[in-house]
Design a protein around this ligand. Structure first.
Ligand SMILES: Cc1ncc(COP(=O)(O)O)c(C=O)c1O
Length: 511
């Protein structure tokens, strides 16, 4: 093929492609830019309409009704094409009209925060420019933004200058990294084995990790993924405030040694999922040192306290840990996903570091080119750090910390409000912003509080005016509020409690 023919073919190919793509490929071609601008305007319009139209966090739509809508869509339909307007209109029915609004002041169920508008602007940059954070040649300035925020987080954690960290997909992944480092650190220091090359020693089935009985389930799941099995978790009893009982921890370590098992790590939780309780970090650190154990802190929930002058003291001791998990997509008001894993010594990176010639060769290291992939268990990785960057640059630390402080005040208000009533049982004083309680109106009636409170949770959800959740404490069902929205007022809280009472009374009338 001569040059002329080749050029003709290229031009034709481009014509066909442009015709087919119709500006859909994000590019600096005129069509690409116009389509991008018009499409984003339509998306913003649809989203703002959704916000304006919806007055409640949920609509109460049944699973059956939603399932039916999806059953009507067949795989053959993916052969057809539609305009963006059509797809947005269809999405209204399939998702938008009934999706759960985490930003609604009466969404007080799980650990989902309302998000900040600057983060949504950042999202536009993140997803359109689509940098990947694994290597410098895919991210350039983005790497420095992430590094700056890692340094900032190390600073608020109180880790020494030798520390390091990485953005991750969530607390589950960050906890996995903590446990992985703990496992390999132990092996490296106690066996003539390099775990990265040789895998686990025969003794690994005896490795034991101690955490409170109310710690997050990701610890168990991760230990099974790490080849140590869920039985490696030794759950330690908690005290009346749902904090790890330090005496019980000491005993558990001794007991495990006596039966021939091998303690390797302790995980302290700074903000348990249900209660927001914070384990005694300083005392745990001392026990970890005494027994030569790795100390990881799961501060997925509590991490946001680090920037609050008022509440920072509650995490005292986190600076003594070997590694820590922080979920920015919880108490730093970031959209999913945005999380971090931090270690007190950058040499720990060696346990996971890998040099791929095509990506991050040893030579690049020698040339001082920063590459983040060696610190991560992911390869391709989103530029989530930009959302936190926009947050800190636009709202600042004080502004950001005021949101969680308000949520904490709301939790304290709820506790006081419920304590004054005789139809509720509250089982702890909230330390962060989660509060567990139950409706217990009829001490003389033969009514199961478990059934009553299970019913209340479901009925409130199905009605859609508010969303709360439930959990089990020592096999009994309790209700739970996780308050994160600073726009939630005390009136909102009172109204949700009224709903609880209303549905509770309805249930008792029928049973
Ligand atoms: C204490 C704690 N750790 C870890 C996690 C897991 O975090 P993620 O959902 O971001 O993976 C959670 C989630 O709620 C949590 O509450």
């Amino acid at each position: 093929m001569n040059i002329l023919e080749q050029t003709k073919q290229d031009v034709n190919h481009k014509l066909v492609l442009v015709d087919h793509a119709n500006g859909h490929i994000f590019s600096n071609e005129k069509d690409g830019i116009t389509n991008y601008e018009n499409s984003m305007k339509k998306a913003i319009h649809a989203i703002t309409n959704t916000l304006k139209e919806r007055k409640t966090p949920f609509t109460g739509k049944s699973i059956e009704a939603l399932k039916d809508r999806f059953e009507r869509i067949k795989f053959e339909h993916f052969e057809e094409t539609h305009s963006l307007e059509y797809v947005i209109e269809e999405l209204k029915e399939l998702y938008l009209d009934d999706c759960v609004h985490f930003h609604h002041p009466k969404y007080i169920a799980h650990l989902n925060c309302p998000i900040l508008t600057p983060t949504l602007v950042a999202e536009a940059f993140i997803s359109s420019l689509n940098s990947s954070m694994d290597t410098w040649d895919q991210s350039t300035g983005g790497t420095f933004i992430e590094l700056k925020l890692i340094d900032w987080t190390l600073d608020i954690l109180g880790y020494p200058k030798s520390g390091d960290g990485i953005f991750t997909s969530g607390g589950t992944q960050s906890n996995m990294m903590g446990l992985l480092l703990a496992r390999d650190h132990y092996i490296k220091n106690n066996y003539a084995i390099d775990p990265k090359m040789d895998g686990l020693p025969a003794d690994a089935s005896k490795f034991r990790v101690f955490c409170s009985e109310v710690s997050h389930f990701s610890l168990k799941k991760n230990l099974s993924l790490l080849g140590l099995g869920q039985n490696a978790v030794i759950p330690v009893s908690v005290d009346v405030d749902f904090k790890m009982d330090i005496k019980k921890l000491e005993l558990a370590i001794e007991e495990q040694k006596q039966v021939g098992n091998i303690p390797i790590a302790i995980v302290g939780t700074a903000g348990t999922t249900d209660f927001g309780s914070i384990d005694p970090l300083i005392a745990i650190s001392a026990l970890a040192k005494q027994n030569n154990l790795w100390f990881h802190v799961d501060a997925a929930y509590g991490g946001g306290l680090l920037i609050s002058k008022k509440h920072r003291h509650k995490l005292k001791g986190i600076e003594l840990s070997d590694s820590a998990t922080i979920d920015y997509h919880k108490t730093f008001y970031q959209p999913v996903s945005s999380s971090g894993f931090f270690m007190r010594n950058k040499s720990f990176v060696d346990y996971i570091k890998y040099h791929a010639d095509y990506l991050n060769s040893k030579e690049q290291d020698e040339e001082g080119i920063p590459n983040m992939v060696k610190k991560s268990i992911q390869t391709t990785r989103r530029f989530d750090a930009l959302k936190l960057w926009f947050t800190l640059r636009i709202i600042g630390i004080q502004g950001l910390s005021s949101y969680l402080e308000k949520a904490i005040e709301n939790a304290q208000f709820t506790a006081e409000y419920l304590k004054k009533r005789d139809d509720f049982e509250i089982i702890h004083q909230p330390e962060i912003s989660a509060i567990v309680f139950r409706y217990t109106p009829y001490s003389d009636l033969d009514i199961s509080y478990c059934n009553l409170n299970s019913h209340i949770r479901k009925a409130v959800f199905n009605e859609g005016k508010a969303i709360i959740t439930s959990t089990k404490v020592r096999e009994e069902v309790f209700l739970k509020f996780t308050l994160l929205n600073p726009l939630t007022t005390t009136k909102d809280i009172e109204e949700v409690i009224d709903l609880i009472v209303f549905h509770g009374q309805q249930y008792s009338l029928k049973n």
